[in-house]
Each structure stands twice: as structure tokens, then as C-alpha cells.
Design a protein around this ligand. Structure first.
Ligand code: TEU
Ligand code: CA
Length: 593
């Protein structure tokens, strides 16, 4: 854990999240690979990120695209070799980029030798490595838990004559963290990669590793995560870090679906020495409808902003938020929270400015920096992700008309965020030279790709050039200003389409204003005045010429002619304001200390 006076790298720098199978193919098999990541490291350096987190590349049957690991110490040939990983780590470090691997420690693959042995030799050294139970009195599963991927969370293993637990697919048996040899074996896996130079880990569904004693039935509307023993999870994570004292700089970010605020705060507090950050979920569930994730409703800015502000509150002080708006499990942010149809470039930039200048570490998901969007998913066959395909089947089985079921699932299908990275307008989107991509690139890749946006400059309008230059400037501005790294988060407006907040430290303040909608929206006078007053050099970032002076004479007249200030659609800006002005703004919003 870090010394509290020094700002650790993971607070100052952004992290870039790579989905390896869709990032860059170099051997023509249509699947991204480690040499492909090596080839694109200069792109990450130029983007201005300080670390890359790659999804799992360990040996796996790929039932859940690598989140079913059959050998934690070997690289799956699909992605390359251990030597490729060594080269990647060395090259990344040469460019000042740290490397984070994705540890899937809640469960392994059923093809892992541990599970094979646990099945065939219950009394052997691996007999208790997994969660086995006898059938219930009626001969069925031991309790009523349902898997995240649909169906019972138990499968019968006839060789052993018992059920085993799997919170995800049957091919992903949960490891038994209550068994000390399991905890020691997993710490050894971490040590193996740390000794090869890895800088830290993202830990998959790590809040689920300890289940409540007795594995009790869930109440009728119980959520699977109600069965977690958070105190033991915290203890096991403290033990995990304590087992690796030779790596004092070890960075750990835990993926924690549905975790309680109290646990998020405890597990990331410096004094508990467990995790450095957690990946929360409330903000990526604001558009869950009454039927949950697969019954989506339109997200609205106030709900999204209010949820993010609540997370900031929970993780204020000695904890530290992560800031992600998309990943391989989520639909594309610009399609979900922006306006990909009418304001694709500008809404992607506005979302990035508003979201990533909150307190916490930005985690940029591959492709979001060029506003990659959802894909049509016109046929059920286009949905290949196990979770999304199972959800479609379950909806139809429950009587939802197939077209309606597809319409609901396609909006949230994980396939949306897993299409090949769009590097250029060349065939295969520049993702693969001569292979057939494992999944077709989005049809819009000829217009939305890295090459098309590389030539633009940060001062260009992201609506016309795409957001890549804007992202670069955003990450640079954030990193170069201590107030944007260390400053407090002070919400001003979260309940309208126009959002506003302050970041403030002892020396200065930054005012962030964003219209997260596609219509011109009134701006509170005190904010309009702050915009008018700000000298040009105080405007750190802006997605549009937000001020009359900046927009040229024609806008001056428009702006001045307006009875009350309006912010154009997806206009967003960050401006430095003197502390006195910041306090005045806070008072005006009655948000003063
Ligand atoms: O995801 C955990 C998880 O809870 C997600 O499946 C989530 O429920 C949904 O997909 C999006 O809200 C992690 C990995 O990120 C995911 O890719 C794996 O499928 C899952 O764990 C099992 O390892
Ligand atoms: Ca490949």
C-alpha cells in the first residue's frame, strides 16, 4: 500500500482497458494477441495512459472468453506465449506504461487440473478446492441460488456424486476460498506473474469469494450477492496482500458487483491494506428496468450523475474511486449515455470530460476514445456472448416474443463492447491484416477509426473530428493539474441535464459544466457568469466554443441575444476559477461548507 504523502501512479495516471481478443491481431487468425498489444503500445503512450489492464489471456477453453481459466501460469496459445508476455511487459515499461493482468480467482475452468482432481479424488489434496455439496432432501440442488448466467448455480457431477457451485457458467466452478491451501495457491499464482514484472491485477468478482456459512437459501427476491460474507472477503484480501510482502507497490483493483457502500469504503481504505480501488456497478445499472439488466429503460443524466456523486461521497477521504463508463461487459458508452446518432463525437467528448474529471482514476475502455458505438445485432445469431445469449433464451422461454426479447437484449448485450478495435478504414478495420475477425467489425468502421482521428488536433471540434484528440488533451490536463488528481469533489448540479461540480484543493479550483443532453438547456446564471468572467487561458477544455467570445461574432450575437444563458447540446467545459470565485459559486448553490 502507498505512503499517504506521495501520490501513487494509479491516482495520477489513467488506465487503458484492453480486451485482448478484439484489440489487434498479428498472426492472421482473426483473434487479437499479445504481439498485437506490443505493436500498439506507442498508441497508448501517445494517448497518455499510465497503465494497461488486459483481460485474461491465460490458458482457457474460452467458454466465457477467458474468464474460465484452466492454467493460471500459462498463456493461451490463442494469444501467444509466455515469452510474448515477457516482451510486452518489457516494452510497456520502456514506454512508462505499467501492466495489469486480470486474475479470475473466484472460479476456475472445469478443465483446470485442480477441478479434474477434485472430481475424481475427493479425498485427495484437491478434494476441498471447490464447493461440493450433497443433494437436498428432495435430491435436487443444495439450495435455490441461480447463476448470473441463468439456470441453477449448482451442477451435478456424477463421478463424485455431488453438486458443485458455480455462480456463473457450469464450466466455471467456484473455488473454495474457505480452504487455506486454495488461498495459498492463488497467492502463488500472483507471485509468479509479479516476479515476471507485472505491476498489479484487476481481480474478477473478488467480492464473491466468500459465501455465507451454511449457503442458506435466498429469499424470493434475494440477490445472489446477498449470500456474500463481506467480513471474510475483506480478511482474505488482507491475507492475500500480506502474502506478497516482497511487492510493496502491488496495485490491486477489485471488480465488486453490487457491493455495499460500507464494504467498498472499508476494502479500499488505506488503513485496511486490502484493495487500492474497486469497480462499482450502480452507475452502469441506472438503466436497468423493472426486470433488471435485460429489461432496459432509457438512462437519464440526473440518475447517472446522482449515482456517480453518491459513489464519490462513499469513497471520499482515504478511499479512492475508479471511473469507468464502459468495458467488455457493457454496451458502448456513447450509444448508451450519449447520442451516437446526432452528436456522436461531441457527446463522447462531453461524457469523457464530465465523467473522468471526477475524483478517481479514469479507466478508458478500448474504442471509447474514438466513440466506438453499439452494433446492430439484428439476429439472435449475432449475440454470441454466453451471458447475453443465455438471457435471450431465458426471456423467450419465459414467454417474451422473440423480437421483443432480441430488442431488449441487444441494447445491453456484452457483444456491443467486444467488436474488433477500429484502427483504420482498411479491410478488417485494421484489426487483422489478412484474417477473418472472430467477430465482424462494426459496419461504421470506415468512418469511425483511429487513423481517421489521428490527424485532428485537440482544438478541433470533436463533433467533426471524433473525440481521440480530445481524449488525449483531457488525460494530459488531468494529469498536469494536482487539483484534478487530489482535489475534493463538490457537487453543484446533478438533478438536471446540465451537470456541474467543482474540484478544489488548497490552491485552486476547477469548475466542470456539462450539458449531457441533445437539446440546448438553460444554465444557472452563476455558472453563466463564471463562464463569461473566465479569461480564455482559464478554459482548460471545452467540447464546443462555449463562450460568445470564443465562438466568434455570429455566436456573440446569438449568445447575447438569449434572454437566459443556454448551454448547447453536449457542450461541456472545465475552467480554472480562483478559490474565492469557487466559494462564491458554492454559496450560490447553497452548497458552501
Ligand atoms: O463480470 C462480473 C459480472 O458480474 C458481470 O457478468 C456482470 O454481471 C454483467 O456481465 C455486466 O453487468 C466478470 C467479468 O467482467 C465477466 O466478463 C465475466 O463473464 C464474469 O465476471 C465471470 O468471470
Ligand atoms: Ca491472433
Amino acid at each position: 500500500m502507498q505512503d499517504s504523502t506521495v501520490v501513487p501512479w494509479w491516482k495520477e495516471s489513467a488506465i487503458y482497458h484492453i480486451y485482448p481478443r478484439s484489440f489487434q491481431d498479428t498472426n492472421g487468425d482473426g483473434v487479437g494477441d499479445l504481439p498485437g498489444i506490443i505493436r500498439r503500445l506507442p498508441y497508448l503512450r501517445d494517448l497518455g495512459v499510465g497503465a494497461l489492464w488486459m483481460g485474461p489471456v491465460f490458458r482457457s477453453p474460452q467458454v466465457d472468453n477467458g474468464y474460465d481459466v484452466s492454467d493460471y501460469r500459462d498463456i493461451d496459445p490463442l494469444f501467444g506465449t509466455p515469452t510474448d508476455m515477457d516482451r510486452l511487459i518489457a516494452h510497456a515499461h520502456d514506454l512508462g506504461i505499467r501492466v495489469l493482468l486480470d486474475l479470475v480467482f473466484n472460479h476456475s475452468s472445469n478443465q483446470h487440473r485442480w477441478f479434474q482432481a477434485s472430481t475424481t479424488d475427493p479425498d485427495g489434496p484437491y478434494g476441498s478446492y471447490y464447493i461440493w455439496r450433497d443433494p437436498a432432501a428432495d435430491g435436487g440442488p443444495p439450495n435455490n441460488w441461480r447463476s448470473f448466467f441463468g439456470g441453477p448455480a449448482w451442477s451435478w457431477e456424477s463421478t463424485r456424486g455431488q453438486y458443485y457451485l458455480h455462480l456463473f457458467a457450469p464450466e466455471q466452478p467456484d473455488l473454495n476460498w474457505e480452504h487455506p491451501p486454495v488461498r495459498a495457491a492463488l497467492a502463488d499464482v500472483a507471485r509468479f506473474w509479479l516476479e515476471r514484472g507485472v505491476d498489479g491485477f484487476r481481480m474478477d468478482v473478488i467480492n464473491m469469494i466468500s459465501k455465507r456459512d451454511g449457503l442458506p437459501d435466498l429469499p424470493p427476491n434475494g440477490d445472489l450477492v446477498d449470500i456474500i460474507d463481506e467480513d471474510r472477503v475483506l480478511r482474505y484480501l488482507q491475507e492475500f496482500r500480506a502474502a506478497l510482502p516482497e511487492f510493496p507497490e502491488l496495485f490491486l483493483v477489485g471488480e465488486t458487483p453490487h457491493v455495499s457502500p460500507d464494504f467498498a469504503r472499508r476494502v479500499t481504505a488505506r488503513e485496511t491494506a486490502a484493495l487500492d480501488m474497486v469497480l462499482l456497478f450502480d452507475h452502469v445499472e441506472v438503466d436497468n428496468g423493472p426486470g433488471g439488466r435485460w429489461d432496459p429503460v432509457a438512462p437519464d443524466p440526473p440518475r447517472l450523475a446522482g449515482t456517480v456523486a453518491a459513489q464519490q461521497q462513499i469513497l471520499a477521504g482515504s478511499s479512492w474511486p475508479s471511473l469507468y463508463l464502459g468495458n467488455h461487459d457493457q454496451p458502448r458508452a456513447v450509444s448508451r449515455f450519449g447520442d451516437a446518432r446526432r452528436f456522436r463525437g461531441r457527446s463522447a467528448a462531453a461524457l469523457a470530460l464530465w465523467f473522468y474529471l471526477h475524483r478517481g482514476t479514469p479507466i478508458v475502455y478500448q474504442g471509447d476514445e474514438i466513440a466506438m458505438a453499439n452494433v446492430p445485432l439484428e439476429r439472435a445469431a449475432d449475440i454470441v456472448d454466453i451471458e447475453s445469449a443465455n438471457a435471450l433464451q431465458e426471456l423467450v422461454a419465459a414467454g417474451v416474443a422473440p423480437d421483443e426479447a432480441l430488442a431488449r437484449v441487444r441494447r445491453r448485450a456484452r457483444d456491443n463492447g467486444r467488436t474488433p478495435m477500429q484502427w483504420s478504414a482498411d479491410g478488417g478495420a485494421g484489426f487483422t491484416d489478412d484474417g477473418t475477425p472472430w467477430y465482424p467489425p462494426a459496419p461504421d468502421y470506415p468512418d469511425w477509426n483511429v487513423a481517421a482521428q489521428l490527424s485532428a488536433t485537440p482544438s478541433d471540434d470533436p463533433q467533426s473530428t471524433g473525440p481521440l484528440p480530445f481524449y488525449r488533451r483531457l488525460l494530459s490536463v488531468r494529469k498536469d493539474r494536482p487539483v484534478l488528481v487530489r482535489g475534493d469533489f463538490l457537487p453543484l448540479i446533478t438533478d438536471t441535464a446540465v451537470q456541474a461540480y467543482l474540484r478544489r484543493d488548497g490552491a485552486t479550483a476547477v469548475l466542470v459544466i456539462a450539458n449531457l443532453s441533445s437539446t440546448a438547456t438553460p444554465l444557472a446564471p452563476v455558472l453563466a457568469e463564471a463562464l463569461e468572467r473566465a479569461p480564455a487561458e482559464a478554459i482548460l477544455l471545452s467540447t464546443t466554443p462555449i463562450r460568445a467570445a470564443e465562438a466568434g461574432p455570429e455566436a456573440a450575437m446569438t449568445q447575447a441575444a438569449r434572454p437566459s444563458r443556454h448551454l448547447d447540446p453536449w457542450a461541456a467545459c472545465a475552467l480554472e476559477v480562483p478559490l474565492a470565485d469557487a466559494d462564491g459559486i458554492l454559496q450560490a448553490f447553497d452548497g458552501g461548507e
